[in-house]
Design a protein around this ligand. Structure first.
Ligand code: NAD
Length: 265
């Protein structure tokens, strides 16, 4: 969909919710519904209502929002997407940390509405995913280790992006089937291991580095997000793309191209 959007935003008082509302307003979009679990100050002139009013606000909004953007937590995200399904509103989900049950609820909602879920809305991460698949496939038997770094307020570990990148590695190297989360004490490395390391410090927005090593050489592929605005911009691009789609399950690679489509796990 081109032109200005009417948007709903959940988690409007959170780091990504505030960033998304501000970026939407900067682009000339209208944020007609914004909610947060706990009381929150207005953001960029948009009032943030209590989240328990979401269904009522979505149903009452006239005209209906073109899409809802969610950056909250896994359980609330599933609730909010089900509210979107009831109201017939496409949902863009940036929330991470889902166990399989939460994702099943999102996928069920995708029978009724378009649902786009992405652990990372940076375009560079989509390029990184393609680079990882190519490099890992080209270097059989090399060891692979993934390190991610995020700010000290992040709840889930490893990051949703790390999980997506691990799926990309495993998709092209089926011998690497033993994710190894950190090491301590006697910890010999098995040939099937992929080491996964999560660092939490300061205000780091998000960094992911894949190390591929063997044959007396190393290759590192690294992405660093410079600000949360990168993710907000991608989420808004995703909302514009999703607004007039058919119900179904989509990923950010569908929006920026170059992926195999079909969304993330
Ligand atoms: P945050 O802690 O600053 O904000 C989270 C918001 O969600 C808050 O408004 C909080 O009230 C709300 N929330 C959390 N749990 C809730 C629950 N159970 N019920 C109702 N509301 C709840 O976090 P953040 O940095 O804004 O990140 C939010 C989510 O977005 C995280 O899962 C994070 O990993 C993810 N994220 C994704 C991307 C991406 O590009 N996809 C980028 C950054 C962050």
């Amino acid at each position: 969909m081109t032109g200005n959007l009417r948007l709903a935003v959940t988690g409007g008082g959170g780091r990504m919710g505030r960033e998304t509302i501000a970026a939407a307003r900067d682009r000339g979009h209208e944020v007609t519904v914004a909610v947060n679990r706990t009381p929150a100050d207005p953001v960029a002139g948009v009032a943030v209502e209590p989240a328990d009013r979401l269904s009522e606000l979505l149903t009452a909004a006239d005209p209906t929002p073109d899409a809802l953007i969610d950056f909250t937590g896994p359980s609330s995200s599933a609730d909010y997407v089900e509210a979107c399904a009831d109201a017939g509103i496409p949902a863009v989900v940036g929330t991470t940390g889902f166990e399989s049950g939460g994702c099943e609820r999102l996928r069920a909602a995708a029978d009724a509405i378009p649902v786009l879920k992405a652990a990372n809305f940076a375009r560079g991460v989509q390029a990184l995913r393609r680079a990882i698949r190519e490099a890992v496939a080209a270097l059989p038997r090399y060891d692979v280790e993934l390190t991610e770094t995020h700010h000290n307020g992040k709840q889930d570990a490893p990051s949703g992006t790390a999980r997506t990148l691990l799926s990309d590695v495993e998709a092209v190297r089926d011998d690497l089937d033993a994710r190894t989360y950190g090491r301590e004490g006697e910890a010999p490395r098995s040939a099937s291991a992929v080491g996964v390391h999560a660092r939490r410090a300061g205000d780091v927005t998000g960094e992911h580095e894949l190390l591929i090593a063997g044959n007396r050489e190393t290759l590192t592929l690294t992405h660093r997000a410079g600000s949360r605005g990168v993710f907000a911009a991608g989420a808004l691009d995703a909302a514009a793309w999703l607004a007039d789609r058919e119900p179904g399950w989509y990923g950010f690679d569908d929006v920026v191209g170059g992926g195999d489509g079909g969304g993330e796990p």
